[in-house]
Design a protein. Structure first.
Lengths: 274, 586
């Protein structure tokens, strides 16, 4: 069979494709393995569990990624047109059955493995002695509320919302008199925190990278999440909004301030005085 | 095949022939043309967005003229950034990814590939295009109304999208027009899907059994079924959203909201309801975009591998399985939404399972290269590129399908990378492959292969430079939909954004090589023969371009499987579907 005009450059095109795919795989892997841009270190067990599951998934998918891209690169080079006839190669049912079963076991197994972290976050009951803090999303701020000495939050209603009363605490409710409202989330390390998420207007998303915790705050719903911070991980961490909430979405931020129990008590007393 | 299906005679006037045409080929070209207008617009919007993300104080000359309020002093405001982002997503998902691979190529080639002279309902077909066109005009009108285009993203989450002007600029008129446009679009898609299904089932020519239909026809058929169910849910959802916005109802708005210091007069609705309705459509929509591209690539590959694909029936079963499972996975968009956390586990399992047919299909493509004699044309390069980007985009899905990992990666650039690869770029590669492959048939002229290959390399290398780094951004915790990265945490990532922006500008500019090639070849390209690629399916058994009734009064009879390549045929290493010759049992 005579060479067609489109086949003359086939060796160079095949080589270019194979080389590019190989380079692409190499560069991609390099940046993943060098961790040039990577998640910040976790500050609790839950974060470490998520990272472990990420690592498991990364190894498995990494092998699939490298093998399939490089396999494609090699095949493209090996089977470029030389003007001859394609060889005859039928599918192999046993092979197909094997790779299908392997895929099912691998992928579904991986998913079941990851269930533990999710269960820890959502299904494990929150200890009854957890410190309860309320967080309310409001275009474009996070507002935190502590129940005060009585341990009880005051009643809130939208008609009480104004500049000095951002979450709308009922001034007549005695339980609300000692509530502390802040713009920073101060927490003691080493203690279980139950965070009750609310929104006053549109949907917001509460995200702390170091906690590996993200949960939307929905208007009309009260959503509890819980976390703790390792005793040695005091410091400041960014709270970002992750659900598009309007023009100021990108600047809707707050700080999570993890302190020792003593520092926390001092901080809270100071916030209350303001 | 009934005579009634094609009673209309060939029109002679310009308007009936090219504007209000009932010819499925003209309608197909109209969809592709509208798609090209939308994709250029969407791309320019992405350029503006990328420039702003790289250099947030940059003045973009002329932007103020486009929107005095949105870009005072030619510098984009955060809300204008979000508006452009919303319009980019909406244009791309609806008017490009749905219109071109499905409605465009499907309209043109589905009837021809099954040997029919036209669609089952030609007038409904015409209506479907013009309704789509109306939806497009309504959407574009949002640029010019007070407040500008909406800013709540292509997903239009309530209550941001539902409460009106108080939620921000663009949430007034712009958001209403958006919802209206999408509702109109749904009507058009429903009409189109019905037409595709009826044509596939009823208008196949003699000998064209279901098993002999090409992969592309199968993909359009399955996509139609998905579309019929998905758009039927989005349509009422949009109507309810419009009612919330204009008639004072509260389907998606709970009581007691204080927005812009005003207590909203709504009560009793659920924001989660919108998310469920939207994603019940939104996830199948991903497959509406990608299945036709999968079908097109699977159809084109054998012609350039010069051998049939492995396991053709397995591949079709995979497409059907993806279509079926696409309805059970919508909750994976909502792992962190506040829905019951038990349902996250429930949605996670089918999400992992749906990767299995996709993986099998990918292995079938790769395995099919074994023993092939690849002819490197622009069409085959884009098919091979498709396989590569489909793998790259699919891989990240394993991370996002797991609720625990998604808890970190949700709403970060990792997700942006994932869906741009697997839905956007992969489908676009399918479209490019389709245009390089079929343009000779559609206009009777060959495209320039050299320009095409330059276009391929810029595009292939370019999309990897744009979207691969986004994975790292996501891992570092870079939240998406931010108009600027102003804080200490994200500031170190700005150089990565600048790299992406430069890559996007170059890759986008390279698309004009394609547009030039398209226009130049249309008028100056060498004349195409009936079957320039030595391919086998029915579209290559008629003239280029085909006559008004597709086959010049002939009724084709199909004798063969669709992909007989690599055999001893009378014409060469292939046997056409219409050829009555006996092929050696293989």
């Amino acid at each position: 069979m005579a060479k067609r005009s489109g086949e003359r450059g086939s060796a160079s095109v095949a080589a270019a494709l194979a080389i590019f795919l190989t380079l692409f795989v190499g560069i991609t892997l390099y940046f993943f393995l060098a961790k040039t841009w990577w998640y910040p270190p976790p500050i609790n067990d839950f974060g470490r569990e998520i990272d472990a599951q990420f690592a498991r998934t990364f190894v498995i998918t990494g092998i699939v990624f490298v093998a399939s891209q490089l396999g494609l690169a090699w095949l493209v080079w090996r089977y470029r047109s030389n003007g001859g006839r394609a060889s005859h190669f039928e599918g192999n049912n046993t092979m197909e059955a094997i790779w299908t079963t392997a895929t099912i076991v691998l992928f579904v197994g991986l998913g079941l493995f990851g269930r533990a972290a999710w269960a820890q976050l959502h299904f494990d009951s929150i200890p009854s002695d957890a410190m309860v803090i309320e967080v309310t999303g409001k275009q474009f701020n996070w507002i935190f509320r502590y129940p005060g000495a009585d341990g009880v939050f005051g009643r809130t209603a939208p008609e009480f919302v104004d500049e000095t009363n951002p979450v709308g605490i009922d001034p007549k409710d005695p339980a609300g008199q000692d509530d502390v409202v802040t713009l920073t989330l101060g927490v003691p390390v080493g203690r279980e925190i139950k965070l009750v998420e609310k929104s006053l207007d549109v949907t917001h998303g509460f995200f702390v990278r170091e906690l590996r915790l993200k949960q939307d705050a929905l208007p009309g719903m009260v959503i509890p999440v819980h976390f703790h911070i390792d005793p040695d991980k005091t410091g400041e961490y960014e709270i970002a909004c992750t659900q598009l909430c309007g023009s100021g979405h990108h600047r809707m931020r707050a700080t999570l301030k993890a302190m020792t129990e003593a520092d926390f008590e001092k901080w809270l007393a100071n916030e209350k005085a303001q | 095949m009934s005579e009634a299906a094609h009673q209309h005679a060939e029109p002679t006037g310009f308007i009936r022939k090219y504007i209000f045409s009932v010819d499925h080929k003209v309608i197909g070209l109209q969809y592709i043309g509208l798609g090209i207008v939308a994709v250029v617009l969407g791309m320019i919007l992405s350029w503006l967005m990328r420039l702003h993300l790289g250099w947030s104080t940059l003045a973009i000359p002329g932007l103020e003229k486009l929107s005095p309020a949105g870009a005072p002093g030619n510098v984009m405001t955060p809300e204008y950034y979000l508006s452009l982002m919303t319009m980019h997503g909406t244009l791309m998902v609806f008017f490009v990814l749905t219109n071109v691979p499905f409605a465009g190529f499907g309209n043109y080639f589905l009837p021809i590939q099954v040997g029919a002279p036209d669609m089952a309902f030609p007038r409904m077909n015409m209506m479907s295009f013009w309704v789509t066109f109306t939806a497009f005009l309504v959407l574009i009108a949002a640029f010019f109304v007070p407040g500008g285009p909406p800013l709540s993203g292509w997903t239009a989450y309530a209550p941001l999208s539902a409460v009106g002007q108080d939620a921000g600029p663009g949430e007034g008129w712009g958001q209403t027009l958006w919802a209206l446009s999408i509702a109109i679009f749904c009507v058009a898609q429903l009409l189109g899907a019905l037409n595709f299904i009826a044509t596939t089932l009823d208008l196949r020519t003699k000998g064209m059994s279901l098993a002999r239909m090409p992969f592309s026809t199968w993909a359009w058929f399955i996509t139609s079924v998905i579309g019929l169910l998905a758009f039927a849910v989005l349509l009422p959802a949009c109507v309810l959203l419009i009612l919330d916005r204009t008639a004072g109802t509260s389907f998606f708005i709970p009581g007691g909201l204080v927005i812009s210091d005003r207590l909203q007069a709504h009560t009793g609705g659920s924001p989660l309801l919108w998310q469920h309705l939207f994603w019940f459509f939104g996830h199948p929509e991903v497959y509406i975009a990608i299945l036709p591209a999968i079908g097109i690539v699977s159809h084109i590959l054998p012609a350039f591998l010069r051998r049939p694909l492995l396991g053709p029936r397995v591949l079709i079963s995979c497409l059907a399985a993806i279509g079926f499972l696409s309805y059970m996975v919508w909750g994976h968009h909502m792992f962190v939404s506040g829905m019951n956390p038990f349902s996250a586990i429930l949605f996670s399992v089918p999400t992992l399972v749906i990767t299995i047919p996709a993986t099998i299909a990918t292995l079938l493509w790769i395995g099919s290269v074994y023993g092939a004699r690849i002819r490197f044309t622009c069409a085959s390069l884009f098919c091979l590129g498709f396989i590569s980007v489909f793998i790259s985009g699919g891989i990240s899905g394993f991370f996002l399908a797991q609720p625990s990992i998604d808890t970190y990666l949700h709403a970060t650039y990792f997700v942006v990378a994932h869906f741009h690869f697997v839905m956007g770029v992969a489908a676009i590669f399918g479209m490019f492959a389709g245009i390089y492959f079929w343009l000779p048939k559609m206009v009777g002229r060959m495209m320039n292969e050299t320009l095409g290959k330059i276009h391929f390399w810029f595009t292939f290398v370019g999309v990897y430079c744009i979207f691969m780094p986004m994975h790292y951004l996501g891992l570092a915790g870079n939240v998406r939909r931010y108009a600027a990265f102003t804080d200490d945490y994200l500031a170190p990532l700005i150089p990565v954004h600048q790299f992406i922006t430069i890559a996007a500008l170059i890759t986008g500019a390279a698309q004009f090589i394609f547009l030039f090639n398209l226009v130049w070849s249309r008028f100056r390209g060498p004349k195409a023969t009936e079957n320039p690629w030595q391919a086998t399916s029915l579209e290559w058994s008629t003239t280029s371009p085909p006559p008004f009734d597709n086959f010049g009064g002939r009724q084709l009879v199909v004798h063969q499987e669709p992909y007989l390549y690599g055999v001893e045929g009378s014409a060469g290493d292939y046997v056409m579907q219409t050829s009555p010759e006996t092929v050696e049992a293989r």
